[in-house]
Design a protein around this ligand. Structure first.
Ligand SMILES: *Cc1c(COP(=O)(O)O)cnc(C)c1O
Length: 291
């Protein structure tokens, strides 16, 4: 059962600093993290007028997997558009791709991504990365849980840190947490790109989260030795498995700003660890002998 109450808050120490971790990865085994938050509105809606869900994006995306789990929960077909698949992945499905196929995802390989108006009224169309206005409902609940945590633990000053892809989660979180500062970092594109994403969802810039960045540029989905290293170091220090696409850079950024961020820090674990299987395999191939 998808139960948002499973998202507890842990206290951990990493490199001699204390952190709170909001465990959205524990919401449900198959349906968790910020994608569960973002799909919360539809999870609790009557979708009987729909026959199918259509979405599009990358072939190992966390959103793809979460939508497949969502469609299964809601008894809807799921059709996913993606760029022509590498032969190797087609023949040897792994990670989010494999798990999505197990949830009966049907794929359409296409050079162009579809648009909503290409589908009939029985199709629930979900944008890439679940970037949408309706996502705010679930994020509002997350904000409420954080307010309650702060109050019941008498935390005077709290700062939130989380990674951004489309920026949807961070943006709505800041919007609903007016007294708590939300810090994020861009995983897809740079800080300017993330700002433009915020703008598409919200015109009032006073609701925007604070974007942190580093000198070094990282490219989304690429493998970096320091990402793998911090993933293992976090696992060792906190006993928590973080996600390999978004979390490593966020933790590197967080660690470098740790003196500048005020008060207690609450890091939001946005789930997605199921995708680590394929990431670890790629890392194993790239850095032979490192683990
Ligand atoms: C999708 C995802 C994100 C990015 O969320 P946005 O709302 O698109 O910014 C961050 N972390 C993880 C683990 C994700 O799966």
């Amino acid at each position: 059962m998808v139960n948002f109450k499973n998202s507890k808050v842990d206290r951990v120490k990493f490199r001699d600093r204390d952190y709170y971790i909001k465990r959205d990865d524990l919401i449900d085994r198959d349906f968790n993290g910020n994608k569960a938050r973002k799909l919360y509105y539809y999870l609790n809606s009557d979708l009987s007028k729909f026959k199918r869900v259509v979405s599009f994006g990358g072939n190992q995306s966390n959103a793809m997997y979460s939508i497949s789990a969502f469609a299964k929960l809601k008894n809807l077909e799921f059709i996913y558009y993606l760029k022509p698949l590498p032969k190797y992945l087609k023949q040897n499905p792994i990670g989010n791709f494999k798990f999505s196929l197990e949830n009966k995802m049907r794929v359409v390989e296409s050079l162009n991504f579809p648009k909503q108006d290409e589908f009939d009224s029985k199709t629930l169309f979900i944008e890439q990365g679940v970037k949408s206005n309706f996502a705010k409902e679930g994020v509002k609940l997350l904000a409420k849980e954080i307010e309650e945590f702060k109050k019941s633990n008498r935390v005077k000053k709290l700062s939130i840190v989380l990674p951004s892809g489309t920026g949807t989660t961070a943006l709505y979180l800041q919007k609903y947490l007016s007294d708590i500062r939300v810090y994020t970092t861009a995983l897809i594109g740079d800080s300017n790109y993330l700002l433009s994403q915020f703008k598409e969802l919200e015109s009032d810039s006073s609701f925007y989260p604070t974007i942190l960045d580093l000198e070094k540029k990282y490219h989304f989905g690429k493998l970096y030795r320091e990402f793998l290293e911090i993933y293992f170091e976090l696992k060792e220090a906190t006993n928590i498995e973080f996600e390999l696409l978004y979390d490593p850079k966020s933790w590197i950024v967080l660690d470098s700003y740790r003196e500048k961020i005020e008060g207690e820090i609450l890091y939001i674990h946005s789930g997605g660890v199921l995708g680590n299987e394929s990431m670890l395999e790629r890392y194993r191939r790239k850095f032979k002998g490192i683990f």
